[in-house]
Design a binder for this molecule. Structure first.
Ligand code: C2E
Ligand code: CA
Ligand code: CA
Length: 769
């Protein structure tokens, strides 16, 4: 696009060049008619190149593109107009100016306007000198006239160039011309031009060869000018660089760094042609490589002003700028990375709780807020994986599950890891009726299990859903989803529940629960009830299973709730000690009531088997209850996670005469082959296996096969969950060698009731005989 100023500038360039050319043509025509003398030829071949040479050492004023160059070739002009006929002087001068511009390598339009200005300024200076009668320059009046001619030349050149810049830019003419640099230009201009005049004086009054002496001051001055120009330029560049370095520290995004790099480079070189691009510099360009994080670019510019600097120093300056930009990008990337690390889980790279809360807050505050739904997920059965296979394997499982979450979650949802094995999914705009199906997909995605150390391990997820209400906060939404998740968990694993205000137990309540449980264990406030185990063959009670009971603030807490809280918080070992101690002290009374051999079963968790003090505890317990057969029940779910160390502990315990029972058999993720390796003597078929045997033939067959297989492998088989007579009839007739437990036979009861029951049974049997 051509700006209005730009077309005006073109007219100005064309007009100036045309006038200059006309002046040159007129002078040349006059010279041709006057005839070409040897002095003219000498002037053309010596003077014109000298003009071009001196012109390469200009003073550069920092204005606009490339600045204004104030050349000192006018010293030759003054010499010429003082010593030669005006036309000849002008012709030599014009040729010198043209040669200078031809060699300058500038844009054509700039060269043309410079030729025009040079010739016009020269003609004006010559015109002034012609006013001197007899060309008497070697006189006080001559000196004044020549000084005026020099001043007019300087002004014309200066104003002419300034006008061109003014037309190109948006600045005022005054700003272009009135600047402190002008004084510097004049300071260099006066001594050099006075040398031209001095030459004329010498030429008039001394032998011609003495002119050669002028070479010394001329060279000295030119070198000094160049030194001043470059020195000032270097100082200016340092200021730009320093500013760039300081600014780079404050920039906060990559684009700002790049924009500032280009604009700083433009300011540094005073060139508008600077650009940042993927391609290396072409011929006639300067350029440096810029490393911007991973990316590599080139900072390039078209030919710079050689009076000011050299290619090497341009490149050096650009390199310094590039380094500043690289550093800034590096710092930004590091900051971004650090923020990412601080806000993401390093294992799964999912956002952490902090981001989740931010996102919930944003979603709740959105003006066009649609439904906001939070899903809180907690893995079931993750801890045993960690315990058994180690944390490395646990980590791999989490990574795999995070991948499945990403796959299932709707587009645009935020998936966060909010705790060890807890995740959350935040959905905005999800229709409420789609929450359930999403949970089903999630549960299904986990149901397939995970491969750990070459084994397929079962895992599931419990999900709580909370729909944001009108004045929901991030904290309340999270709490509600968490509460719903716990509700889902207590209903059984691998389920989901939608939050309702009637649900009460949040994580905080749970922390409180754990706290109180810790105190209760400490004060040995865990009580035991006993559920008799009955032999189907004899119909008699052959033993009892101890079940822990805890009253919290006067009301009982369901065992699966406080037992799982104890397992998760590590309290289970202490709780187990209390239970074993209590069972041991109850054993004496039992021995007396049973009056013969009987078993006393105590439930334990896998964590207890890993406890270094456990062997000693068991030994002490077994010793105290000698006469009762101690049985340790370990659920199949935990039994699967037994490793070599735990198996060794189990064998040592077995050697003490203590038996192991595999509890809840048939509902976990058992592999039958593992039964073979376990040092256990009793198999307890889970209540789920007996639940439908009086209604469903297949259920009956299944239980029968389990019992048969257990017997075949040498286990005593206990069938749990006998709630109806019809169930009892079936197992009695089909599995006569087995044992049974269940509400229909006996509910769990306090010790004294157990003793009473056993005593009355024994005496009943005795009297019946
Ligand atoms: P479990 O070892 O399978 O114990 C049997 C559970 O089934 C007991 O529940 C018992 O009351 C219940 N039960 C017995 N007969 C029937 C029946 O006919 N129908 C039904 N529906 N249920 C019946 P409880 O006492 O709530 O214990 C739950 C679980 O808590 C136990 O399951 C056991 O795994 C665990 N637990 C209890 N006490 C301890 C303990 O001292 N240490 C450890 N580690 N776990 C314990
Ligand atoms: Ca049990
Ligand atoms: Ca059981």
């Amino acid at each position: 696009m051509v700006q209005p100023g730009e077309s005006l500038r073109r007219y100005y360039h064309a007009a100036t060049f045309a006038v200059g050319l006309a002046v040159f043509a007129a002078a040349a025509a006059q010279v041709l008619t006057d005839g070409l003398g040897p002095k003219l030829w000498l002037g053309v071949f010596l003077g014109a190149p000298l003009i071009a040479l001196i012109a390469r050492f200009p003073m550069v004023l920092d204005r606009g593109e490339g600045g204004i160059e104030v050349g000192f070739e006018s010293s030759i002009l003054l010499f010429l107009v003082c010593t030669m006929p005006t036309d000849q002087a002008l012709v030599i001068w014009s040729l010198g100016v043209m040669l200078t511009q031809a060699l300058s390598g500038k844009l054509l339009s700039v060269r043309l306007v410079n030729i025009g200005i040079g010739i016009i300024a020269g003609a004006l200076a010559a015109l002034i000198v012609t006013t001197l009668p007899d060309r008497d320059v070697v006189s006080p009046r001559g000196l004044i006239v020549v000084a005026c001619a020099a001043a007019v030349y300087f002004l014309t050149d200066y104003v002419g160039s300034g006008l061109s810049l003014f037309l190109a830019g948006q600045t005022t003419l005054g700003a272009e011309l009135l600047q402190s640099e002008t004084l510097w230009a004049i300071a260099c201009f006066v001594p050099l031009d006075s040398l031209g005049y001095l030459g004329a004086v010498v030429e008039r009054s001394a032998p011609w060869w003495t002119l050669g002496l002028l070479v010394v001051p001329l060279t000295t001055l030119l070198i000094a000018t160049r030194a001043v120009t470059r020195g000032r330029e270097n100082a200016r560049r340092l200021t730009v660089l320093f500013g760039a370095a300081v600014r780079a520290q404050t920039l906060t995004d990559r684009d700002a760094v790049l924009t500032s790099l280009v604009s700083d480079a433009r300011e540094l070189l005073l060139l508008r042609t600077v650009e940042l691009r993927p391609e290396a510099p072409d011929l006639g360009e300067v350029g440096v490589r810029v490393q911007l994080g991973e990316e590599v670019c080139w900072l390039t510019a078209r030919a710079a002003n050689r009076a000011r600097s050299t290619t090497a120093s341009d490149e050096q300056a650009l390199r310094a700028l590039a380094a500043v930009a690289s550093d800034a990008i590096g710092r930004l990337e590091l900051t971004t990375e650090m923020v990412h690390v601080a806000r993401h889980d390093p294992l799964t790279d999912l956002p952490n709780r902090g981001i989740l809360i931010d996102q919930i807050t944003q979603a709740l505050e959105a003006s066009d807020r649609g439904p906001v739904t939070l899903f809180f997920l907690d893995l079931d059965g993750f801890k045993p994986i960690n315990d058994r296979f180690g944390h490395g394997a646990g980590d791999r499982v989490l990574v795999e599950l995070a991948r499945r979450l990403r796959q299932c979650a709707p587009d645009g949802a935020t998936i966060a890891r909010v705790g060890g094995d807890e995740f959350a999914i935040l959905c905005t705009g999800l229709p409420p009726q789609e929450a359930g199906p999403l949970c089903e997909r999630l549960v299904a995605a986990f149901e397939t299990g995970v491969d750990v150390a070459g084994q397929r391990v079962q895992i599931s997820v419990s999900i709580g859903i909370a729909h944001a209400t009108r004045d929901e906060t991030a904290a309340s939404l999270l709490r509600n989803a968490d509460v719903a998740m716990y509700e889902a968990k207590t209903q059984g694993k691998g389920r989901y529940a939608v939050y309702e205000p009637s649900m009460g137990r949040s994580r905080l309540d749970r922390l409180e629960l754990v706290d109180e449980l810790r105190r209760a264990i400490h004060r040995r406030e865990i009580a035991l009830v006993y559920q008799p185990v009955v032999s189907l063959a004899t119909g008699r009670i052959v033993g009892a299973e101890a079940l822990a009971r805890w009253q919290r603030n006067g009301s009982p807490v369901r065992p699966d709730i406080f037992i799982s809280a104890a397992e998760e918080s590590g309290l289970i070992v202490g709780l187990g000690d209390v239970v074993l101690g209590q069972a041991a002290s109850d054993a004496a009374a039992m021995r007396e009531a049973f009056g013969g051999s009987h078993s006393l079963s105590v439930n334990i968790s896998a964590a207890q088997l890993r406890d270094p003090d456990f062997l000693e505890t068991v030994e002490r317990t077994a010793r105290t209850m000698s006469g009762s057969r101690l049985v340790l029940e370990i659920t199949e779910r935990q039994g699967v996670d037994l490793d070599a160390e735990v198996l060794a502990a189990m064998r040592t315990i077995t050697d003490m005469g203590v038996a192991f029972a595999i509890d809840d058999f048939g509902v976990g993720f058992s592999s039958i082959s593992y039964l073979h390796d376990l040092p256990a003597q009793i198999l307890k078929a889970d209540a789920a296996l007996s639940a439908g045997i009086d209604r469903d033939d297949r259920a009956r067959t299944l239980l029968r096969s389990v019992a048969f297989m257990g017997r075949g492998l040498g286990f005593d088989v206990v069938i749990e969950g006998i709630e109806r007579e019809s169930q009892l009839d079936i197992i009695r007739s089909e599995m006569p060698g087995a044992f049974a437990q269940g509400y229909f036979l006996h509910r769990p009861m306090p010790l004294d009731r157990l003793l009473q029951t056993v005593r009355s049974e024994r005496s009943g049997v005795a009297s019946g005989d």
